[in-house]
Ligand binder design. Sequence first.
Ligand code: MN
Length: 434
Amino acid sequence: MSIKIVATGDIHIGQRVSGLPVNVEEFSARDAWKRVVDWSVANKVDIVVLTGDIVDRDNRFFEAIGRLQSGFAKLKENGIMVYAVAGNHDFDVLPQIMQSRTFDNVHLLGENGIWELKEFRKNKEILQFAGWSFPSQYVVKDPLECFNLKNINKNIPCIGLLHGDVNAQGSQYAPVSIDKLMKQPVNVWILGHIHKPQVFSETPFICYPGSPIALSSKETGLHGPLLFTIDNGSINKPERILASPVRFANLEIDISGSTSEELLRRAIISALSGTDNSLDKELQDVNYLVYDIILTGVHNNAAQVKSWSEGLINDFELETDTGTKIVVRKVDVDVSPEIQNLEELAKQNTPVGMLARIIMAINQKSESGLLTQLLSDWKEKYQRVNDWPTYSPLKRTGESTDTLGTTGKKYILKESVRLLGELLQQKTRATWEN
Ligand SMILES: [Mn+2]
């Protein structure tokens, strides 16, 4: 007999999916919780694991608690256990619910920030859960510094549950390091806090299952709980189940050559319908695939492209074989004008000439005093923005100066082409007016 575990975190019951176009129905986190519960019951799961921030602090708090409790009750009726840890959003509400003792199937591990170990048995299969819960809204220390579970039995699989901020030194939300997680006698770490699903290591398996529902357009890609199965004392690699009913995605479409509204529409539709085939399996439970589109390429009239593409928002709809509706949330136009005789322009001793020389230097990968100066200014400003604590949760570690140079050049090239295009158009207009 195997053990089946559904794991999820960061549901944020109380929140709704934000920023949906008007032709998309509403979705809320509480529906996502209900779906997790119903799926677990229907599929005879043994355990539901929750890694914190199940309830959102700032939205419909009391309503949310009620929903959480009715889910716990349904799991109890069906003999399903819950192992949970509290996060920075529900550090106080989860212990409160536990105090009522209504839910003897629910175990909140590691209350008051003290590591705790619990055993689960089903016939001959035995499992251990080690967990730590947020004692307050902010925790600046790595919870592993006080990991003191001496009684872990190394012959039985151990699953660690923790809400925390991986590799984010200085975070106020329990900064944890992968190195330290790897050193504990734990076979699988299931973490909470970051909504994007991520796997950091295979052995021990360390992951963020992510939130079961994409709550905003920033949460692109696949979202859904993980299903772990344990057979004869070994934990299998998990599979993702029950995809979020809404999936957000970004798509860049090159519309070079789309000289009419009809051609533009065709380019966009072909790009949108071409993306879904490879996703078929992932789109099984997805009702809406919501795109933010960036139109790129060479086009001499960005304003025209903008007005042509406006009809895409709110009334555009395609359907995939899985029954998933493809809709558009936002269209950004980022086209560059076509620039002819760059070399001639570069000879001019004017702003036009300056821009032409910068573009040529980047295209030909050659040096230019002005480009070097611009690049160093860009890097300095980019670093400064990147170092703001506000952005630290977004930060990718180890961005080398080399990648920075390439990225910087890309930005400078884009802006130079845009500016040059505008200057040249102004010139044409001025000539006409004269
Ligand atoms: Mn959190």
